[in-house]
Design a protein around this ligand. Structure first.
Ligand SMILES: [Zn+2]
Ligand SMILES: [Zn+2]
Length: 328
């Protein structure tokens, strides 16, 4: 099969023909049709996340059809499925037993410790694979699997905030904005200074105010979610939220958070992160998305252009979500 391989961090992916993976007990063999390109892929490729499997096939927003495998009791061959970041958990540690498998001591992640979807085939443990809603093309469904899922988890972590700020308006924020509007919240988008394209994109999705990340919103917020991997946004977001407000850091990696005065945290403001996902998040969000309905904006790339997709994400030239079209 054709695959794009990461031989080592900080090196471009290499196009290769490699043997199709063999599904182990409990796994499905999936013919990949589309795979989203997520910022986490960049953090892995750039060596910001430690100890990836090497060589590695990146990609954890996999849409494909079940080819075969011992896991087919759960999904018949030909079924369209989605494979997310959470690839395996132990089921036995204190986090798993408490319904917090996203924090499992021994969790393994797709496109990081397990091979992902920048390839024509992937294997996945059938217990962590999702059925996908109808009404989305393969390309449109891919961003639901991480940008959507983790964005949804971050939105839940933001509580019942009426006035919600979103810092960084990429793949995740463009989904979360739609869900938040549908829930009746008011949404405020913060982008890189003077990024009028992203601000216009945000307003087109019902965001009532879009401005620069270092600007103050027109009124205080009840919560903010930071999707950009920029630690300096933490004090900025704390400054923007009202007493009792929550700032959720939704990325897996962030630059260092600068020191800030205690006044910014005082008044029962909360700073928290959101890590990974549980299968329950996935089931809830994939049931919710078609009700909103969430519409994803995707920029397709052929598999061989994966490096270009990553570069465009790095330089923020993607509007919405970059997705590899494996059928192209
Ligand atoms: Zn566990
Ligand atoms: Zn992701």
């Amino acid at each position: 099969m054709r695959a794009m391989l990461l031989d080592a961090p900080r090196r471009p992916l290499r196009a290769a023909d490699i043997p199709r993976p063999e599904p182990a007990p409990g796994q499905l063999l999936i013919a990949v049709r589309a795979c989203g390109v997520c910022r986490t892929d960049l953090h892995v490729a750039d060596g910001e996340l430690p100890d990836p499997k090497l060589p590695l096939i990146l990609g954890h927003e996999i849409v494909g059809t079940v080819a075969t495998g011992p896991g087919v009791e759960r999904f018949a061959p030909g079924t369209r499925v989605g494979v997310p970041w959470l690839g395996w958990t132990c089921g036995a540690c204190r986090f798993c037993r408490a319904g917090r498998e996203n924090l499992c001591d021994r969790a393994r992640f797709t496109g990081y410790q397990l091979d992902g979807g920048y390839a024509e085939y992937a294997v996945a443990d059938a217990r962590y694979v999702f059925a996908l809603p109808n009404g989305y093309s393969d390309l449109e469904a891919a961003p639901l699997l991480c940008a959507g899922l983790i964005g949804y988890r971050a939105l839940v972590a933001a509580g019942d905030a009426e006035r919600l700020g979103l810092y960084g308006f990429g793949a995740a924020a463009h989904v979360v904005a739609q869900v938040a509007r549908w829930q009746g919240r008011r949404v405020f988008a913060f982008t890189r200074p003077a990024d009028v394209t992203a601000q216009r994109f945000a307003r087109g999705l019902g965001v009532e105010w879009a401005g620069d990340a270092d600007a103050a919103p027109p009124e205080p917020l009840d919560a903010a979610i930071i999707f950009a991997p920029v630690g300096a946004l933490v004090p900025a977001a704390l400054r923007a939220v009202e007493r009792g407000g929550t700032v959720v850091c939704a990325g897996i990696h962030m630059s260092e958070i600068p020191a800030f005065p205690y006044d910014l945290l005082w008044g029962e403001r909360v700073v928290r992160s959101v890590a990974n996902l549980t299968r329950r998040d996935g089931e809830e969000f994939l049931a919710l998305a078609p009700k909103v309905p969430v519409r994803t904006r995707v920029e397709p790339y052929a598999l061989a252009r994966a490096n270009e997709a990553l570069d465009n994400l790095r330089t923020r030239q993607v509007s919405g979500a970059a997705v590899l079209d494996i059928t192209a």
